[in-house]
Ligand binder design. Structure first.
Ligand code: GRF
Length: 214
């Protein structure tokens, strides 16, 4: 598979630690994409320092400064569009987005979610997985659609739940896998292997019967 001379341009949205952002930055050169900017809705997000350290432009669009979701999303879209990215990656971005915003980036916005979707949409996924007694847990990367954590799943990574697992232990193991999963999916975008058509994931011009496994 050949990669274009111009690497895929990516803008990453974060709210916190940014370990997935770090994984994306670290893998970017060898995987054929460039992280052009990092935008946070929280001024204190530790991921902003990671971006600055890597010489990547940062922006803060603080949601607390906006009276409603529509005006926040409009400001966020303006910040993103200044970089004209090919792909928007939500990496620990903890805001619910309006339908208008999601539609604007349809087919070119993805999210990493710490569960094997469609299981455990929403928050506290690791605790809920343990409470449900599942033997397998993991993470998913999916296209963002208007259904929260409900867009078509591109790829997943699986971890076995161990008897000694508590919330933190399981979360740490899943997070390690997320750091492999997310750069892999962005590489597939860089290689033009992914598309969303009629609400389905297409890979190598074929509809995916089930998520890819990483
Ligand atoms: C990850 O578990 C991600 O799946 C979830 O939030 C966490 C973000 O971690 N959406 P980090 O900020 O990338 O370290």
């Amino acid at each position: 598979m050949t990669v274009d001379a111009a690497p895929l341009s990516v803008v990453v949205l974060i709210s916190g630690t940014g370990s997935n952002l770090q994984a994306l930055i670290d893998a970017s050169a060898r995987r054929g994409y460039v992280v052009h900017a990092v935008i946070s809705n929280r001024p204190q997000a530790a991921g902003l320092a990671r971006a600055a350290e890597a010489g990547i432009a940062t922006r803060v669009v603080d949601h607390t400064a906006f009276s409603d979701r529509d005006t926040f999303d409009a400001a966020l879209a303006e910040a993103i569009d200044a970089y004209a990215p090919d792909l928007v990656v939500l990496a620990g971005f903890m805001r619910i987005l309006t339908a208008g915003f999601v539609t604007r980036y349809a087919g070119r916005m993805i999210n990493v979610h710490p569960s094997l979707l469609p299981q455990f949409q929403g928050l506290n996924t690791h605790r809920r997985a343990l409470e449900a007694g599942v033997s397998e847990h993991g993470a998913s990367v999916h296209y963002v659609t208007t259904e929260l954590d409900g867009g078509p799943v591109i790829a997943q990574t699986r971890v076995a739940v161990e008897p000694a697992d508590d919330d933190a232990r399981l979360a740490a193991r899943v997070l390690e896998r997320e750091h492999i999963l997310l750069p892999q999916v962005v590489e597939w975008f860089a290689e033009h292997r992914l598309a969303m058509r009629e609400g389905q994931v297409w890979f190598d011009n074929t509809p995916l019967p089930q998520p890819l496994q990483c």
